[in-house]
Design a binder for this molecule. Structure first.
Ligand SMILES: Nc1ncnc2c1ncn2[C@@H]1O[C@H](COP(=O)(O)OP(=O)(O)OP(=O)(O)O)[C@@H](O)[C@H]1O
Ligand SMILES: [Mg+2]
Length: 413
């Protein structure tokens, strides 16, 4: 069982912080041993706005997952997002130096490091490198170069960079929450690892994660990662629109959305026209709405979100060739009928997906909102075998971690 790794994965969302302790096997199968979740109150659009609050939520979620799993782990992987994260393609080229000209793991690491030496603006750093394909001498499109013979090794990679100060604040919040030496990963790539199959990536597909504050996009084509984007909008905008449109408090609007919301007016018209009673602002008489009133507001905003998504997808210039269509994840993708509205705007087939290939404690995480956290262990493993991530030097001491999160949880609850 040497090839099975145990990972603590944490998704830093703006609505929730999700954590799992999971085993990841050689075939990328994920066995979930523990799950935790906490409300996220210190993160806005992927940026930390309150270190203390974020630290508490991180400890709470991680501790729940750890307590359920009752198991140690080898590393911590954390999913982050935000408009500060940008991606671009890059190339690296090296000469093979060993006398047998056999390409080794070391050569692969060297050529990836070469690809990283693109000019990165001040204040930014490389978050992740996704090696798409290799060229050995003149032979292109090689996916597994190790063990092949050649004189020149070239890599075509997709490089994700992030603003250094944002990363520093994230690491500081994690550290205060008891999590040291995290491997940071970009959320839509992790979500892709949870819900996409190799066949989707080959055909061409766009992963769209609509959360609370952000909508994250990753486009795959010919098996390669070709484009990513982050939009500063998500389900909270829909809630705010309901609050304004119906003149009710935001918390009531959120409740209404979760309990009665549908993304398309047509769907609402098929359901009954019973009145929904909602308490107004303090001292006001209750208000009455139908599902259709609500659907009008939601549909308009959902359509608008997909207009922005379309704009981002068009930048990838493979937009019209995405045979696999668009795969939706994230909490907002639970809105009934959202795929119909999306198809209308995007003109592509749209599907809502849950994580696949997962065993163990699966009940709470078989939900599109958990795509990122389930994909994190898989991505960490893939990146490890392909050499694309920065591994922190120190090894997390599990004992210290547990002691620390206990203290934090005890102090705050
Ligand atoms: N059943 C549902 N119907 C409609 N909206 C829902 C439903 N469930 C969750 N949401 C919405 O999904 C959003 C939260 O989604 P998610 O948990 O994916 O966000 P997050 O990962 O915390 O945030 P982000 O990815 O933006 O940082 C909220 O706006 C919430 O209202
Ligand atoms: Mg999210």
């Amino acid at each position: 069982m040497e090839d099975v790794k145990r990972v603590l994965a944490i998704d830093l969302g703006s609505g929730k912080i999700a954590a799992i302790v999971a085993e990841i096997g050689p075939q990328n199968e994920v066995r979930v041993l523990g799950v935790g979740r906490a409300k996220s109150t210190g993160i806005r659009g992927g940026r930390i706005v309150n270190i203390e609050k974020t630290a508490i939520s991180v400890s709470e979620a991680a501790q729940q997952a750890y307590q359920m799993a009752k198991s140690e782990f080898d590393e911590v992987v954390v999913g982050i997002t935000g408009e500060h994260i940008k991606g671009a393609t890059s190339r690296g080229l090296i000469a093979i130096s060993n006398p047998h000209l056999e390409i080794t793991e070391d050569d692969v690491q060297r050529v990836i490091d070469q690809a990283k030496t693109i000019s990165i603006p001040m204040g930014r750093e490389v978050l992740y490198v996704h090696p798409n394909s290799y060229t050995i001498d003149d032979q292109r499109g090689i996916k597994e170069p190790i063990g092949m013979i050649g004189m020149r090794l070239e890599v075509e990679a997709y490089i994700v960079t992030a603003q250094s100060t944002v990363l520093m604040n994230i690491k500081r919040a994690l550290s205060k929450g008891g999590v040291e030496d995290p491997i940071l990963m970009f959320q839509p790539i992790a979500a892709s690892a949870a819900v996409l199959r190799a066949q989707d990536m080959d055909q061409g597909v766009a992963l769209v994660d609509i959360g609370k504050d952000t909508t994250d996009i990753a486009v795959w084509f010919d098996g390669d990662l070709v484009h990513t984007a982050v939009l500063p909008l998500g389900g909270q905008l829909i809630t705010n629109d309901i609050a304004i449109g119906l003149k009710i408090p935001v918390e009531k609007a959120e409740e209404l959305k979760l309990n009665y919301g549908v993304a398309s007016v047509t769907l609402a018209e098929e359901s009954d026209e019973e009145n929904i009673e909602v308490e107004g602002f303090h001292g006001q008489r209750p208000k009455f709405f139908t599902r259709r009133d609500l659907a009008y507001i939601i549909e308009a905003r959902v359509a608008e979100i997909f207009e922005f998504v379309k704009e981002k997808l068009e930048q990838s210039d493979r937009f019209s060739r995405l045979v696999g269509g668009v795969i939706l994840v994230g909490g907002t993708s639970s809105l009934p009928g959202i795929e119909y509205v999306a198809e209308e705007v995007l003109g592509l087939p749209v599907f809502v997906r849950k994580p696949h290939g997962v065993t163990g404690v699966i009940d709470p995480i078989m939900d599109p909102a958990y795509a990122v956290v389930v994909g994190l262990p898989r991505l960490a493993r893939m990146a490890q075998t392909k050499g694309g991530i920065e591994r922190p030097g120190g090894k997390t001491s599990v004992k210290d971690f547990i002691q620390k999160i206990w203290n934090i949880v005890k102090e705050n609850f």
